[in-house]
Design a binder for this molecule. Sequence first.
Ligand code: UDX
Length: 439
Amino acid sequence: MRVTVIGTGYLGATHAACMAELGHEVLGLDVDPDRIAALAAGRLPFYEPGLDELITTHVASGRLRFTTSYAEVAAFGEIHFSCVGTPQQPGAQAADLRYVEAVIDSLAPHLERPALVVGKSTVPVGTAERLARRLVELAPVGAEARLAWNPEFLREGFAVEDTLRPDRLVLGLDRTGGPAEELLRRVYAAVLDAGVPLVTTDFPTAELVKTAANAFLATKISFINAMAEVCEASGADVTLLAQALSHDTRIGGRFLSAGLGFGGGCLPKDIRAFAARAEEIGAGQALGFLREVDAINLRRRERTVELARELTGGELAGRRIAVWGAAFKPNSDDIRDSPALDVAARLHREGADVTVYDPQALDNARKAHPALGFAASAVDAATDADLVLHLTEWAEFRTVDPAELARVVARPCVVDGRNALDPDVWRAAGWTYRALGRP
Ligand code: UDX
């Protein structure tokens, strides 16, 4: 099939490459000419394991091409995936819909033949209905320009795997659903043949599946982090508590890792936008708890700064602090709402001399926080440090030998903000080891 993908960020670039991998002819569009030039040359402008190979392969085969022209996209495709971002509005909690709206406004006037536009972004419930009306209004083909909503659940770091083998496919369709469903079943035939469950539904339910999933995941993380606070007050160990809870198959162990909490371009802004939207439609009370989920999450960052202050003798000014990790999670170079960088910036504001190391996110971190110090390795960052903060759990940090590291630091003192280092090993090597939610 001839497929177009509009927006080539994490979601769009992954979707375009995976559509080519599924055998389709793909044309990707972005309004950023530099990004398009990089992709057209087979270069991925961000880090995502496995994606660069896929893009290189399919650019070389000619099955994946890129453009900045909506006219070209409209002429090429029978199905157009809209993959643009819905960030948090500056200074507000709600989602900023200007990019999803711009896709419809830019594409629709070029639609001279029947086409299906498929929204993949995370949007406030009610958005698809409104966009569908606008599409019909603006498209020369009128009602033959249809909209469907097909939310994306991919995780950064596993984007290719999650797109080719998702846990489920959700299709939100309008009242004339049949033709759109038939096209989507064709486009996803290989995925569906592999046995991936399909849920077909209406627009608002499809929109809500995504926001509800993210709200649930954020709640699970904040739940265990709330337990971590209780553990800190009572001398209990949250990692053992989580382990014991996880044996209850109704609870399960995933998304139950206590630590510095969630960040990134999705969970924080999605729970805020969800609560804001619920208020707009008169269901605000139902989602009041999400404000608490957000607050618990942000308190972990404050607690980490407090621990750092305590461990450096009550005074951060002038202390040398190594921060391991800048990405919001491992296997990503994404620093959007990164808990690690937020803590680093707070320490810096309090006068600490902060040196950050991250295996992939250093360039992004340096651009966003030019006043912080940066080092080329975990050991370099820790050299002469009064305190090491382990804030993003890259596998690389678990391979550092604490006995060797003890020889280069000023004081062997570590805070494990992700409960991912082995306290016995670090303590045996002479370290003061502190963690979130553990005695
Ligand atoms: C998330 C959702 O998982 C995905 O389905 C959705 O499409 C987009 O948002 P992503 O933001 O890529 O994906 O990251 P995810 O792996 O979900 O991690 C989110 C944050 O939660 C990270 O900061 C991570 O460190 C944190 N986290 C995760 C925890 O603190 N504890 C856990 O147990 C799990």
